[in-house]
Design a protein around this ligand. Structure first.
Ligand code: FAD
Length: 553
């Protein structure tokens, strides 16, 4: 099955309110990784376990009983929640500052109510009502945004609701002949994958947040899954979409291609809840792969690995999954894996003897029918060997597949131990990739040093294109307890400026949200921002949709 991975196959429960994932699933940092981390950071910060749920401080709800009752009339009894736990669960996304504030019991704010419509008609009625009452609306899918996309900002409005999509979660239609499926915008990617797997199909969209994301949220953020090199990102999968905006609907049916003017579908995908609510979408699906081959390959250094991936992308030998870790990330990956057996230790001695001891690990995955998947694998492996790659067999690939959804659980553990851990991403052309990698890594490291907390900065290349690829950075530092937010801001700002000055995009797949909004104009120009603002003014004249995101820096 394409989405194998320990957590996802076990099934995901309701999200832990202060961190990631299923409360029944925890992950401890292996001892070797802990040693590696302590050596790299010098020291860990002061431990910061989360406060108790009832110690979380929320602003008093701004909606009086009569205002809540008017919402109940639209969505029915039990579907307007204003209790403490539900407000906390919708108070933030899952970026580092979100989690830091939640753990400390001081979220930035909270929605005055969480409202759960169950149909397009109810969404329409809610938006009209909120426009009339000046209530801001934050569309809420899985709540996994890492860029402040679901921050409950009310702007100039009288109150703010989280419009939780979880009840609009049905499969509307499966068209097996055309290989498309139409679903409610609140359907979880995990649930859709289960539905499709039972029918021999797959969507192939596996972000690391797969357990919790909604498909409407993925479309709204232009998300990219781990297998995007083969299956494409969500924008390649969305063939039809319906947006309910305060002034009316835009419904684009599932047509394979059209030359009817500029692509409106392209405008709605990535609209981040500021234009309206995506409450239905049609997605292209594929037959589930019958075979999969995941391989580890070592390169002497990052540059050799990058050139080999470029050859794969440009010589029509693209794997479905391709990830190349730089030297720092490779060392951490090996520390996490540990040298459990004599065979592991012998493997590392072999790498050292061949001159790859300080090298970079790539994981390449090929899926599909047989013999086609095996043939693609053979061709790609010949190309990477030509580029100096040393194949090390299926074990690293199997280990990556087993743990592909585990990193966010480790982040919780690290935060409890007093470590700041954050990720960010960009993309650029092949001709600029190595330069940008060096520039962004150096900027983050310098910013952390200036805070008095030298960090560990790691990166991998994933999401390959013929013209370039994405870079995904992870950085860790001892948490600066007296000013955690300042520490995070310093690193984030330094990275964002290095990205923009270095010719990258401010985001390859995490979206703009609130955190990247100051760089939106650098990305698309003043004319681009004005054009999007004009569209928003047309669809949302009262400005109730997701204030403070995407367009409001
Ligand atoms: C641990 C972790 C790993 C991640 N890994 C990846 C990854 O591999 N790839 C990737 O692309 N992203 C990743 N992300 C980011 C995040 O999961 C994606 O942005 C995801 O697409 C958000 O989906 P969601 O349903 O959780 O949306 P939410 O977080 O609920 O919302 C995100 C934005 O979309 C808007 N929105 C949500 N639903 C709708 C709707 N129906 N209509 C209109 N607007 C809507 C919200 O208002 C908000 O602005 C990761 C996040 C975490 C925490």
């Amino acid at each position: 099955m394409a989405w194998s991975g320990s957590v996802a196959s076990a099934g995901a429960g309701r999200m832990r309110w202060w961190g990631w994932g299923d409360p029944g699933h925890a992950r401890e940092l292996p001892r070797g990784a802990m040693r590696h981390l302590t050596a790299a950071l010098g020291r860990l910060g002061r431990p910061s376990p989360p406060v108790a749920l009832d110690a979380v401080r929320l602003p008093a709800g701004a909606l009086a009983a009569a205002a809540l009752e008017r919402l109940v009339r639209i969505v029915g009894d039990g579907n307007v929640r204003a209790d403490h736990a539900e407000r906390v669960a919708h108070a933030a996304g899952r970026g580092y500052p979100d989690l830091m504030r939640l753990r400390g019991g001081e979220p930035e704010g909270a929605p005055d109510a969480v409202v759960l419509p169950e149909s397009h008609e109810q969404v329409r009625a809610l938006l009209e009502h909120c426009a009339g009452e000046s209530l801001a609306v934050v569309p809420f899918g899985g709540g996994t945004s890492v860029v402040g996309g679901v921050a409950p900002l009310r702007g100039a409005h009288a109150g703010v609701i989280a419009l939780d999509m979880r009840r609009i979660c049905d499969v509307v239609q499966l068209d097996r002949e055309s290989l498309t499926v139409t679903v409610g915008g609140g359907m979880r990617a995990l649930e859709l994958e289960r539905y499709l797997a039972a029918r021999g199909l797959t969507l192939g969209h596996f972000p690391q947040s797969f357990e919790y994301v909604s498909l409407g949220g993925c479309a709204a953020t232009r998300s990219a899954g781990q297998a995007s090199s083969g299956y494409g990102s969500i924008e390649k999968m969305v063939v039809g979409i319906r947006l309910a905006a305060p002034t009316g609907d835009i419904a684009l049916p599932a047509i394979p291609a059209s030359a009817a003017g500029p692509s409106l579908r392209g405008v709605l995908v990535g609209s981040e809840g500021v234009l309206g609510v995506i409450d239905e979408l049609s997605l292209r699906v594929r037959p589930a792969p019958r075979a999969s081959h995941y391989e580890g390959v070592f390169f002497e250094g990052f540059e050799a690995g990058v050139q080999a991936l470029r050859a794969l992308a440009q010589e029509h030998a693209m794997p479905d999954v391709a990830r190349l870790s730089d030297e720092a990330e490779t060392r951490m990956t090996l520390a996490l894996a540990g040298a459990r057996s004599v065979k592991d230790r012998a493997g590392r001695a072999y790498l050292r003897a061949r001159g790859y001891g300080r090298g970079c690990l790539a994981i390449l995955g090929f899926e599909g029918g047989e013999p086609e998947a095996a043939q693609r694998r053979a061709r790609a492996m010949a190309l990477v060997q030509r580029g100096g790659g040393l194949p090390v067999g299926g074990a690293p690939g199997a280990a990556w597949r087993r743990s592909r959804f585990e990193a966010p659980y480790l982040r919780d553990e690290l935060m409890t131990l007093g470590v700041m851990v954050e990720t960010l991403e960009t993309a650029t052309q092949w001709s600029n990739l190595l330069r940008l990698h060096g520039r962004v890594g150096a900027a983050i490291a310098a910013a952390l040093r200036a805070c008095g907390t030298p960090g560990l900065v790691m990166c991998h290349v994933s999401h390959l294109y013929e013209t370039g690829a994405s870079l995904y950075f992870t950085f860790l530092a001892a948490r600066r307890a007296e000013d955690e937010l300042g520490q995070w801001h310093a690193a984030k700002r330094a990275a964002s400026e290095a990205i923009m000055q270095g010719g990258g995009t401010i985001t390859h797949h995490h979206a703009i949200g609130r955190d990247h909004a100051p760089w939106m104009q650098d990305e698309v120009g003043a004319g681009g921002v004005d054009a999007l603002r004009a569209l928003k003014a047309q669809l949302d004249p009262a400005g109730i949709m997701n204030p403070g995101k995407l367009l409001d820096a």
